[in-house]
Design a protein around this ligand. Structure first.
Ligand SMILES: [Zn+2]
Length: 433
């Protein structure tokens, strides 16, 4: 296929300029080379008719689990990046809790090799803060950073010892790389499998209270205050944590936060019937928390949406609720879910949503700010807001099917994704000739 593409009649959404502009885009050599109305097709160009569609810079997900290296029955870098491309993402940041853990140079270089062999979009690896995610001994953050680790995180096994975190933050400051925190006090959440509320009592399940998250956020913020290092809280789930982050930002600490599509769209009620595809960590909370997460987006406390795409096998998710693993897939549905929950429900504009999926995450990890200007890499997605579709995990790109949106109707869909000038995803819904 030619690497020359002409996209006709799309509406460009550019949150940096706060503009929506109908124009054609010409792509060649992996870059956007020209904008203009009525651009004329040259001989070898692949033309995409984007009438009625939006064009955005490719989305960036700063919290993905690809499962490669050792858990390829759940996902690998190829299927995971195909799923990401189907969701409009052209960059994903992958967590270090792989098997083996990315906590040393050899494993990181093996992982980088797999990325170069298997990824269809950009994959930026996070390395572990502590060896084996055990929360005790720091990894060689300087070497890992120089080798290409984009950030550091013990996601899934959060650091409990604040002396260890303090030392890690000092290295984070030295390397300029952010630590990503899954804030959880493991003593407070121990044994819990859903949000602690009347429903958890009714279902006979041990709950996970707000305090397990908020206590961790509070003590970690003390360490950030002490070290003045960059720090990012991922998948914040409740109002009380937001208050702490809000105040820290006002104080001037370099603290940021993201939320997941599922915490923005769903509540703890999904767990009724012991639905293991509504079991995630942090757990789905209440309607009030959901509203507060949306308010935190509106006031700038939260500046990114991250999927926490966490594939698990059918066998694992078919276990009894208390034994099933935490986590759901989310790359393929992310845009549609947040488009419905935030834009169609009139909380924010489409430009504000695009910012949460592009510029917002880029700024958190100091990545190049995505742009559709001429001369920029041609990383973009085309979205058709008119499409009503039913998500069917059996036809998805992810190897895993643990999604609460399986067989659910969604509105708005990414129909084409282009990475470095190559079409990496295109649905039948968009014509190309
Ligand atoms: Zn996590």
């Amino acid at each position: 296929m030619s690497d020359k593409i002409l996209i006709k009649n799309g509406l460009i959404l550019d949150p940096a300029k706060n503009s929506e502009l109908k124009t054609d885009i010409r792509i060649a050599g992996g870059e956007i080379v020209e904008w203009g109305t009525e651009l004329v097709q040259t001989g070898e160009e692949n033309v995409i008719d984007a009438s009625g569609c939006w064009i955005s810079a490719g989305f960036i997900d700063i919290h993905t689990h690809m499962r490669d290296l050792g858990q390829k029955d759940k996902e690998d870098i190829h299927t995971g990046t195909k799923a990401a491309a189907a969701g409009g993402f052209t960059t994903v940041v992958t967590m270090a809790n792989t098997d083996p853990v990315i906590d040393n140079g050899m494993t990181l270089s093996m992982y980088l090799q797999k990325i170069s062999e298997r990824a269809v979009i950009e994959v930026l690896p996070v390395a572990a803060v502590t060896k084996g995610l055990a929360g005790q001994e720091l990894t060689n953050m300087v070497d890992l950073s120089e080798m290409g680790a984009i950030a550091f995180s013990d996601d899934g096994k959060p650091i409990q010892n604040m002396t260890v975190l303090r030392r890690a933050l000092e290295y984070a400051r030295l390397t300029g790389k952010t630590i990503i925190s899954h804030a959880e006090d493991l003593d407070l959440s121990e044994g819990g499998s859903m949000h602690e509320c009347a429903l958890s009592t009714e279902l006979g399940l041990q709950g996970i209270s707000y305090t397990s998250e908020t206590v961790a956020v509070a003590r970690e913020l003390e360490m950030v205050r002490l070290t003045q290092a960059p720090y990012h809280f991922t998948h914040i789930s409740c109002a009380s944590s937001l208050d702490l982050i809000r105040r820290a930002k006002v104080e001037g600490l370099s603290v940021t936060g993201d939320v997941t599509p599922h915490h923005l769209a769903l509540t703890v009620d999904e767990v009724a019937e012991y639905n293991t595809n509504a079991k995630m960590n942090p757990p789905l909370r209440t309607g009030r928390d959901r509203s507060e997460l949306i308010n935190a987006i509106k006031d700038g406390t939260i500046t990114a949406i991250a999927t926490d795409h966490a594939p698990h096998t059918k066998l694992e998710k078919s276990r009894p609720f208390t034994e099933a693993p935490f986590g759901i897939t989310g790359l393929e549905t992310a845009f549609s879910v947040v488009y419905q929950a935030l834009v169609l429900e009139k909380h924010i504009s489409i430009l504000e949503l695009i910012k949460l999926l592009t510029i917002g995450p880029a700024r958190i990890l100091d990545l190049p700010v995505p742009s559709l200007s001429a001369g920029s890499p041609a990383n973009l997605c085309i979205i058709d807001p008119r499409i009503q579709w039913t998500y069917d995990t059996s036809h998805g790109y992810s190897k895993s099917t643990n999604s609460p949106w399986d067989q659910k109707k969604l509105t708005g869909r990414v129909v084409c994704t282009i990475y470095k000038g190559q079409i990496v995803y295109r649905s039948e819904a968009i014509t190309a000739h």
